[in-house]
Structures are given as C-alpha cells and as structure tokens.
Design a protein around this ligand. Sequence first.
Ligand code: ADP
Ligand code: MG
Length: 727
Amino acid sequence: MSGSAARLQAIEAVTNYQPISEPLSFSKVPANEIFGTNVFGRAAMKARLPKPVYQSLIATINHGAALDPSIADTVASAMKEWAIEKGATHYAHVFYPLTGTTAEKHDSFLSPDGEGGAIAEFAGKTLIQGEPDASSFPNGGIRATFEARGYTAWDVTSPAYILENPNGTTLCIPTAFVSWTGEALDKKTPLLRSSQAMNKHAQRVLKIFGHKDIATVYSFAGAEQEYFLVDRHFYFSRLDLLGCGRTLFGAAPPKGQEFEDHYFGAIPERVLAFMLETERELFKLGIPVKTRHNEVAPGQFEVAPVFESSNLATDHQQLIMVTLKKVAERYGMACLLHEKPFAGVNGSGKHVNFSIGNTTQGNLLDPGDTPHANAQFLVFCAAVIRAVHKHGGLLRAVVASAANDHRLGANEAPPAIISIFLGEQLADVFEQIAKGGATTSKVKGKLEIGVDTLPHLPKDAGDRNRTSPFAFTGNRFEFRAVGSSQSIAGPMVAINTILAESLDYVATELEKLGAGDPAKLNAAVQKLVADILEKHGSVIFNGDGYSEAWHREAEKRGLPNLRTSVDALPVLESPDVVAMFDKYSVLSSRELQSRMEVYLEQYCLTIGLEARTAIEMAKTVVFPAAVRYQGQLAQTCANLKAIGYTFDTDTLDKVTALVKQLQDGIANLEKSLAHKNGGSKLGHAKDLCDSVLPAMAAVRAAADDLESIVADDLWPLATYQEMLFIK
Ligand code: ADP
Ligand code: MG
C-alpha cells in the first residue's frame, strides 16, 4: 500500500467511527459508591486489621512514625484476602524509575503446596521488600551492571490498589526503589526524603509563631494534566507519532487555534465518553479528578485532580497518565502526552499547584484574614521567594527534557527564565515591607509587617498571569514550567528541598532576632522579610513574561535564562545545589550525579531517535511523494511541448528546488548525526542540540513546503488539519 493510500484509509476509517454502543455501567452507579473501591485505603484497613495494627499503620502514615515491621505479616495477609476477593491472582511492586515512567514487577500469589496443589501466599516480608532485577533501569553509573540487585521497599503512605484487566486483576503496591547499597534509583525515594526535610524546618518556624500543637507539615500538589487526543488510525499511520510521540513533519493547518473556538468549547461526544470512563477508572483508584475541559489547541484537553499530599499526588499523577492512555485506546484514540506533538500548535504542560500545610495550622500559604496569620504567611511566602531566587536554575533543570525544550520559551508556555508572579496586591504589600524603615514614619502603624493592609486581601489576591512560570494564585503557587509527560516527583523534590533550605534559614534568622519572645516577633518578622526582599526581590516579576523587554530586564537582574536542557542540566552538578541536597539528606552527590547522567542520556536517546525517524520518513515517505509529483509535472510539461504548447514550469521548478533542498537536508542531518564529540555525555548532548536539531528542522522545512505544493492525493502523511479536527 502506498503511503498516500494509508493516509486516505485512515481518514476513511476515522470518519466511519462507530461509538461504543454498550452503555456505561458508570451511569447507573453513583460516583461516590465507586470512589476508592479498588484501594486498600483507610476504610479497608480499618475493617480488616486488628485495631492496634491499624493504629500503628496510621501513625506511620499520619505522623511519619517508623514502620513497625512486626505488623507486616498481619497487613500482608489482610491485603491478600482483600485483593483475592477482588479477583487478584498476582501482586506487583510498583516503582518509579528515573525514566519518569511507572514500572511493575508481577508475581503470582500462588505457590506449590508440595502435594500437587497450590496455596495463595503473601508474607509480610514480601510486602515490605521486593527484589526486581535493577540492571535494565537507568542508574547513571550508581551500580555496575554485574551488581544487578535493586530493592523495592513498601511505601506505607501510598495505598495499595487493584489494577483491573478484562482477564484478571493485580494487587499493586507502591514502593521506593533503591540499590543494594541503599542509594536511590527512583523518583519516590528523594521525594519522601525531601518531605521530611521540609517538615523539620517548617516545624521550627511554626514554633517561633507560638504554636504548640503542630502536626507533620506536608507539601500538597494538584497537577493539571494537558493532553492531546488523535484518532488511532492517524496515530498508526505516522511513524513519528508511533515512535516519538510527536510529529516530526507537518505544515501549519489553514485553520489553527487562532479562532480560539476550542478552548472551553463543547466537548465532542467521543471525547466526553472517553473522559467519563477515564474518570470512572480513576475514581475506583481513589483519585479525585475534578475538572475537565478543552484546552487552547484543537484536539487538546485537560484533567485535574483535587490536590493531595505530594507523595500521593505523584503516584496518582502516574496512574492518571497510564489511565488516559489505556482508556483512549478503548475509544479508538491515542492520547498524546508529549509536550509538543504539533509544531506551531500550543504544547501541553502540567501545571503543578502546590502549597504546604498540616492539619493543625492549615494551609501555610493562605494569606488568611487575621494579622497574626498574615505575618506567618508573609514569612512562609518570603521563604518561597528566597528559595526560588536562589534556585531558579535548579527549578529549570528539574523540568529539562528534549520534549519540554520545545515548549519553554515558545510564547505559549512560561519562558525558561524562572521568576515569581505575586499579583499586584501582594507585590504591593511586600514592596511596602521592603521600604519599611523609610515609610513607616509616614503611615505609622500601617506598615508594621504590613498587617493593616492585609485583612483586606481578598482570597484571590493573585490575578492570573499566564506568562509566569511560578505564580501565586490566592493560596498556593503554581509551577507552570513542568511538562505534560513528566513525573511531578522531580519538581516536588526540588520545591521541598529549596523550601527546607529556606525555612531553615528563616527559622535560624528569626531565632537570632529573638523572635521566640512574642514582644519581639513583629519587629523580627519585619526585619527578616525586608531583608529577604532586598536580597531576593529581583525574582518577582508581574509583567509579561513573553516580552523581549523582560528577557533584557531579567538579564540585568542576573536571573538565569537556561534555554535548553543542555544549558539547564549541568545545574545539578553546581556546588551549591550539590551541597544543599547533601545537607538536607535528599540526594548524595553520587545520587545527584547519577541523575544528571540519566537525564542527559534520555536527552540523547530522544533526539537520536527523532533524527533517525526523521531521516527514514524523509527518505521513504516524503521524498517518493515529491518525486512522483515532480515526475507527473515533468511528464505533462513534455507532453504539452510535444504538441506545441508552452507550459509554465513555475511549479515544477519549485518542486525541483524543494526536492534538492530535501536531499541536501537529509545528507546534512545524516552527517551531523554521525559526528561524535569527544565521548562525554554532555558533549554529545551539546552536539545534538547545536547541530542535529537545526539539521532536523531544515529537513522538516523542505518537507513542509512540499506538503503545501504536492498534489493532495499523492501526499502520504496525515495532515495537521486532519489529525486535529477530524473526530
Ligand atoms: P486553573 O486551571 O484555574 O489553574 P484548575 O481547577 O484546573 O485551576 O486546577 C487547579 C489545581 O490546583 C487543582 O488540582 C486543585 O486541586 C489545586 N489546588 C487548589 N488549592 C490548592 C492548594 N491549596 N494546594 C495545592 N493545590 C491546590
Ligand atoms: Mg487549569
């Protein structure tokens, strides 16, 4: 079948799509009745565990108490009974390797009983610890290949759940994944460590504010997941989508997103059916998805769960991505989580909303409406400002990937420059505090910690500013630079750690200023906050992050502008970052180094694969279509000439020039891909960034120009218009 036939058949298949006629059972069962039914959560544990065992587990979950291993057998046995009742035949330790994906190792419950039968077994030690072969997961040199051992350790704080399949179900146990030396090989381990560090120093600050009863402080995350849906026939008809998750070719459609008629528009029927089923699946897993809507680009959508503690939110986010993909297939679609599946069309991000707080003091980033709470809020908020200013480079590095580079700074997503948006009102309050000494005399009483101005703060103190990478939105910050396919673990590890460091600083300074004495508290806070603003206020920017002027201004302010992953990833090796991760026991220098290696490797693999795919498609799909058309034009030209007509060769000339451009482009891309620089991974990544990416872009430019000139019935690739608008 020729390429163009494949495209035409895909269009035909899509237009003949028959909706699934089976009515969803969901419509009959109220959502609250299915919520959490596949989770071994508190309710199931309470019902099935002896009271002391349950209480011991809850103490670990709620207050971070050390897990008592002697209860493991009891828990394992109850968990097994529960799972088997739900049809489980296998259990799996689920872990989160550095690739950002989810990994599972499945084992059967059944063991031979020695008499020709089998018994279902699941011992405490099997629950607590697994031993998957670690050798095929990237570890960045932490472990020599012959030391294959890796261990998965049960994370009690993230509940076990049942994964359903039409042919059976599996009990899934979220775990941390470490090497046999105890070094982190995954995304969960540092997340748990960083939460501990943040809690420790947040507690110190709360104590200074006179609180006696202080529960564990957690960070909370609510991630807004954007994604594209395309019909699976288009997906399978294009090698680039299939292999790379994004299109490497495709001219801009005549109709793009300029009408903005898709954003918040009515959700197409098939898509809505898909969303309902996705939500039902997620509800069963106890994932509180709440909002759904169309996004800016045609074919783009968003789903957001209600925020949860960052560890749970991270595991749930991984499940959301898996579920979106799985359910899309049932509806004949492919869910694209890539950050930039279509050039020239808005990309997908995953805004991470976060706050910190606990059950006793509530949300510590809520401005509140009492002066006392406001002073406390200002201190926590100032700690965030300081942290983001000191570690803007790190925040850029933890969202670095080949895919996200297409998005950041592309005037649709925040720029690569990390700044904070506070909103006019809050910025004004901070400004007044900064000017403290000078102005206090003028408006006496008013500016003492700015408290008098604060009770008037409306809940939504922050207006919306879509161009800011780090925005205060009323009672939380929203980190918008995170990419749609990324695990939110990396960003949350960074946020927890830089906050731990900043809260440590804040607590220490306040202690030095004698703030423990209530009479001195206000003056100490005023001094501390003013001080932080003087040193770190330059990270605050309330204007248009897309503007050229901001790029110049940011440079003047000394804010880093790390445009590509190759610029950003080395931040992970910078001495202050290494020292901080080490000091707060989140990642050792070896663990951090290994991460940088893995991320560089991922970068190189991604671009290498894209380049090879682009070459193959250019040679075997685009080029043949172009020369076919060229041949037809030439033939027509010759035929007409033979009978004495003249034929305007304009189009033929253009096609011929583009074919030449395509061939030269392919040759150049092959050459730059073959070039190897010195052998260091960073050197190789730089090469790919500086020469392979532009060479790919040149091949694409020729191919996309050909698309707009070659006869439509010869064009082999599903077009942007078709993929984005035919549903
Ligand atoms: P928008 O698109 O207007 O930014 P959404 O409703 O799509 O907002 O998503 C907002 C996200 O922020 C949700 O996941 C929500 O649960 C989360 N969120 C709300 N309050 C907090 C908070 N205090 N801490 C962390 N996340 C929060
Ligand atoms: Mg949103």
